[in-house]
Write a protein that binds this ligand. Structure first.
Ligand code: GSH
Length: 245
């Protein structure tokens, strides 16, 4: 990881980008006038990123859409995340944060939806207001609010209490909740390549990150459809570029 501190600030340098900056000019990849306008008239998107965290979703989406963005690597230490500098961007000291010009957002799923609605031109989500869009929202929200939640608690429990203070029954109970969600996704993708069917959508990006942490902190063993789905997601060049950021 190429981290270069700027002065005393723990907000670390631009390490890489969804797309490279040339000097101060962003290379606009989209052919659309709306996007060309926004990429040339503003400094466009900046994603505050810590490797292995939910900022992966936002970078991955930008890569899938070909949206230019700047990635800034953030010091993920509790001390920095508690600092007034970081709290001004994320009020609870979490990662990620995204800015679009002067506009700032926290919550990865909200960033994904904002980017799709503003710059997606209908890509990677069904038409809003349709049942297909309802299913898309269902899996997107499920990924963060139901599936990721117990996994996050396993991580937080370990971080707060350490190996010695860890309460195994609590971790087991949360792992069981995560497993129930893993099984639900396993069934959902048992007859289709992606959550919505044949077409990849941003719901798969939301879910992909959650499967990543399920694999790391809970277990996805023995769930063949889920594992095959995860391999399909990881094989996407956009995922690979995001994972390398
Ligand atoms: N629902 C939030 C969750 C953010 C979150 O939990 N981020 C993790 C990293 S992936 C974090 O900052 N954890 C530190 C902590 O909770 O103390 C989102 O999707 O942005």
């Amino acid at each position: 990881m190429d981290l270069t501190a700027r002065g005393t600030s723990a907000l670390l340098v631009i390490k890489t980008g969804c797309r490279k900056l040339r000097g101060t000019k962003i290379v606009a990849l989209s052919q659309t006038s709306a996007l060309r306008k926004s990429t040339t008239e503003t400094n466009m998107l900046t994603i505050y990123h810590a490797p292995g965290t939910r900022s992966l979703r936002v970078i991955w989406l930008c890569e899938e859409l070909g949206l230019p963005c700047t990635v800034k690597t953030v010091d993920f230490s509790p001390a920095y995340r508690a600092s007034p500098e970081w709290r001004a961007l994320n009020p609870v000291g979490k990662v990620p944060v995204m800015t679009d010009g002067d506009f700032t957002m926290f919550e990865s799923g909200a960033m994904v939806q904002y980017l799709l609605d503003r710059y997606g031109e209908g890509r990677l989500q069904p038409k809003p207001g349709t049942e297909a869009h309802g299913i898309y929202l269902q899996w997107s929200w499920f990924a963060e609010s139901t599936y990721a939640r117990p996994i996050g608690e396993i991580v937080n429990h370990g971080r707060a209490f350490g190996e010695k203070g860890r309460i195994p029954a609590v971790v087991e109970e949360m792992a069981a909740r995560a497993r129930l969600s893993s099984e639900a996704v396993d069934r959902a993708v048992s007859d289709r390549p992606y959550l919505l069917g044949d077409e990849f959508s941003a719901a798969d990006i939301m879910m992909g990150y959650t499967i990543m942490i399920a694999e790391k902190f809970a277990s996805i063993e023995g769930l063949d459809s889920l594992n095959a789905y995860w391999q399909r997601l990881k094989a996407r060049p956009a995922y690979q570029r995001a994972a390398a950021a």
